[in-house]
Design a protein around this ligand. Structure first.
Ligand code: PEP
Length: 248
């Protein structure tokens, strides 16, 4: 069965709650689609008003992070139950900004991935190499290590339902998109890894996005590749261009 495309916007630390609602109202008609899953991953404080604003549309809401504990003395953190109760369906885990600025490692991310599944959230698990790693020729080794570590004790059925986002760090927010060939090569490598770790059916089912300076001009070519099932979009997700990316 053909995989359904999924295009997710990562708003990062942008948009106050009132700005968020205005942006949703502007984007709603532009991102309407019967063929592509559309997700707005928004800052925690915007979740409640955005869930309200997207009611009755094709837009699902995602979080940009969550903690792996259920509740308790974890000041500043947000649990899976809190996200679910607010109407969230997806959660970005392991974005390179969280790995880099907030020192999230694969052991922590594995706990978060397992908690997301346990509670019924769909993880959008990010992986990707730095420019130095690409130049050293270890891109695929690095990504294999990230995915293998992040998916310890995760079942085939769970993996089949998740989203993996390949995001080369050097292409995030830099305006440098990976070439279509580079993006396809790594996404194919990820699918082959999932087949190796699980089986062919799981590899065929898992959705793999490309992320890194995707824009209205590059989306069609990228998303038409056999192993790229849509995109994780940062900067362009805050503009009307996001509609063009969804309807590439
Ligand atoms: C991202 O934040 O996941 C991202 C890909 O950002 P940008 O599209 O701005 O490069």
């Amino acid at each position: 069965m053909a995989r359904r495309k999924i295009v997710a916007g990562n708003w990062k630390m942008n948009m106050t709650p009132s700005e968020a609602v205005k942006l949703v109202e502007e984007l709603k008609p532009l991102v309407a689609s019967e063929t592509v899953d559309v997700v707005f991953c928004v800052p925690a404080i915007d979740i409640v008003p955005v869930v309200e604003a997207v009611k009755g549309t094709n837009i699902a809401v995602g979080a940009e992070n969550m903690y792996f504990e259920d509740k308790g003395a974890f000041t500043g953190e947000i649990s899976a139950d809190m996200l679910l109760d607010a109407g969230v369906k997806y959660v970005i885990l392991g974005h390179s900004e969280r790995r880099d600025y907030f020192k999230e490692d694969d052991v922590l991310l594995n706990k978060k991935v397992k908690k997301a599944f346990e509670k019924g959230l769909t993880p959008i698990l990010c992986c990707g190499e730095s420019l130095e790693q690409r130049e050293m020729g270890v891109t695929m080794d690095w990504i294999r290590l990230q995915i293998k570590s992040d998916l310890v004790d995760v079942t085939a059925e769970q993996v089949a339902s998740m989203v993996i986002a390949y995001e080369p760090i050097w292409a995030i927010g830099t305006g440098k998109t990976a070439t279509t060939e580079q993006a396809q090569e790594v996404c194919k490598g990820i699918r082959e890894l999932i087949a190796e770790m699980y089986d062919e059916a799981t590899a065929e089912a898992v959705r793999i996005q490309y992320g890194g300076s995707v824009n209205a001009a590059t989306a069609a070519d990228l998303f038409s590749q056999p192993d790229i099932d849509g995109g994780l979009v940062g900067g362009a997700a805050l503009k009307p261009d996001f509609g063009k990316i969804v309807n590439y």
